[in-house]
Design a protein around this ligand. Structure first.
Ligand code: ADP
Ligand code: ADP
Length: 233
């Protein structure tokens, strides 16, 4: 089945007259290896959807199925484990630990999972190559450019080979050239590792890089379009 699926997803924040219906029946299916972009105006429910897909919050009703697991059936503890094992997160503000070097930041998910970082020596080299940071491995975040910091964050998300990568505005704080590099990197990762990458973005170039663009408006899917393909740019 698909890597990620939602069925009639609803999310209501608050209650009574001030309740906000952030998602109003969203049913989507993301196949293995797809690089999908979620776009739409501010307040349309994009972040809410990404949080529900990653099990960071629970829906009011409807279902999220990740790798065959219905998240609503999982306890908070099992949800945390599934997140750690299967999902990588990339954020707009990179969320790197300032006192750690690039390679220590990349190895962090291994430490959190209680594994020896030395197990990932080969994987670390592969990822430093993929993101082009071999020469910056001992630099701390404040010694790296914005684009380099985001590449560290992407390598960190990929460390334990998650099936799914969720990215929230990964190019939101980058200049356009650097942002293009990050989009290329995400697409290459989906292609090389067969990962499902779901990215929330305002970046107009996303349509040229993603396999599919899902448009949200007022908590509903209003359009789905295949990406233009890299050939188009
Ligand atoms: P987007 O990411 O597309 O900007 P969001 O998912 O952040 O949209 O928000 C969708 C709607 O839900 C908005 O009206 C927003 O104000 C509301 N919302 C989001 N998070 C919360 C929250 N924690 N509490 C109350 N309302 C929220
Ligand atoms: P970009 O144009 O890609 O945003 P910058 O102009 O910020 O990059 O940085 C150019 C190079 O200088 C980068 O490779 C970065 O690693 C390095 N660099 C930037 N700031 C520092 C710093 N405070 N200390 C050491 N190296 C830095």
């Amino acid at each position: 089945g698909p890597a990620v699926k939602t069925l009639s997803l609803e999310k209501v924040y608050g209650s009574g007259p001030t309740a906000v219906r952030a998602l109003r029946g969203v049913s989507l299916s993301f196949p293995d290896g797809e690089f999908a972009a979620i776009m739409g105006p501010s307040g349309s429910g994009k972040s809410t959807l990404l949080h529900l897909l990653g099990g960071l919050d629970r829906p009011t009703s409807g279902r999220v199925v990740v790798g065959g697991n219905d998240l609503s059936g999982l306890s908070d503890r099992r949800l945390t484990l599934l997140r750690r094992e299967r999902i990588g997160f990339v954020f707009q503000f990179f969320n790197l630990i300032p006192t750690l070097t690039a390679e220590e930041n990349i190895l962090l998910p291994a430490l959190i999972a209680g594994e020896r970082p030395s197990r990932y020596a080969g994987r670390l080299e592969e990822l430093l190559g993929l993101v082009g940071l071999e020469g910056r491995r001992r630099h701390r975040p404040d010694e790296l450019s914005g684009g380099e910091q985001q590449r560290v964050a992407i390598a960190r998300a990929l460390l334990r080979s998650p099936d799914i990568v969720l990215a929230d505005e990964p190019t939101g704080n980058l200049d356009s050239g650097t942002g293009t590099g990050v989009l290329e990197l995400l697409r290459e990762s989906a292609g090389r590792y067969g990962q499902t990458i779901i990215m929330v973005t305002h970046d107009p170039r996303a349509a040229s890089f993603a396999d599919r663009v899902v448009f949200l408006s007022d908590g509903r899917v209003v359009d789905e379009a295949g990406g233009l393909g890299a050939e188009a740019i």
